[in-house]
Design a protein around this ligand. Sequence first.
Ligand code: SF4
Length: 347
Amino acid sequence: MSQLPLLELPQHTITPAPEPDLCDYDIVVVGLSGKDGVTALMEMAARCRAAGVFDRLWTVHADLGLMEAPGVHFEGRYYPSNRELVALQSTYFGVPASRHIETHRTVLDGTTWRDQTLIEYVAMKGMFPDAARRWCTSDLKSTKIKAALTPLVRHLRKQLDRPVRILNVLGLRADESTHRAERPTYQCTTSNQHRHVDEHLPCHHFSTAQVWRAIEDSGVPYHWWYDSAPGRGDRAGASRLSCSLCILGSKGDSILAVRRRPRLAALYHEVEQRTGHLFKLDLPMSRLLKLAAQPGGPDPGVVLDEQNPEFDALEARVRRHLDQPVKLKASTAHTTDPGCLACTGCG
Ligand code: SF4
């Protein structure tokens, strides 16, 4: 059997090999949001079963509330939101609901804690995130997921009397960007006295077509946002899924989102106007609204009116922040650095 050169072996990972041995880990956790995450789950569910460690498999979703691809009633049927769908996908592959974790960014409002979603946070900071300052991912996803695992880590740490070994599985793929192509498929990301975390990308080599084929073959439900309209099954809608209006999304996906969610787009526009900071340097919301109003481009398939108390409350909170001096202001400079072309965990 041919040996890999020593330099190609991952450094400091629990398994000293190019691929993790799942039996080496106490927790295998798969981040879910979109087609790539569910493909990674499919892969890991099969591998965990084969290794006899399926009871160590967990799923996690960092919920972004009203920013996420929503649920919709269409032609007499309900199509679930991204948050609802990932829970269904987790169950579909046999992970019990007790091992599916959902995280949220929460803030203290008076004496009660409540969820805070991205556009409110943007209004509070007075700036949108961008490719080089993707605090949306770090503050609303990565740190929340890490914190959500802490109780489990504490519990296992006592039992094991050593750092808890976590395999963090992501659906990132090489063909999404040069940056992602260069990302190791197995690497150590955290090591301290409480937890050792290795990251693994089991679908790194998959093409988009392979991802869709795997989803189709497995029969797992996917989000309607990818289709031209709910239930069409043609995957002629958005190419990616997570925040409907993503600061790193393509022009086509952004126009589609503006057409599907005009109330959300109007709120982004208001924030852009009031803060003076652009949603995207090359494609501000003011321009996107004009493009979406012109003929041509993606047909929304369905237009959500989103006239509901939840949205009213979000809008009121956003406006309250816009009326106050910015508390968290940092640099408002924009960058076009294409370091990472999409959110970790969305796909
Ligand atoms: S989907 Fe886009 S806007 Fe939303 S958290 Fe990820 S990078 Fe940020």
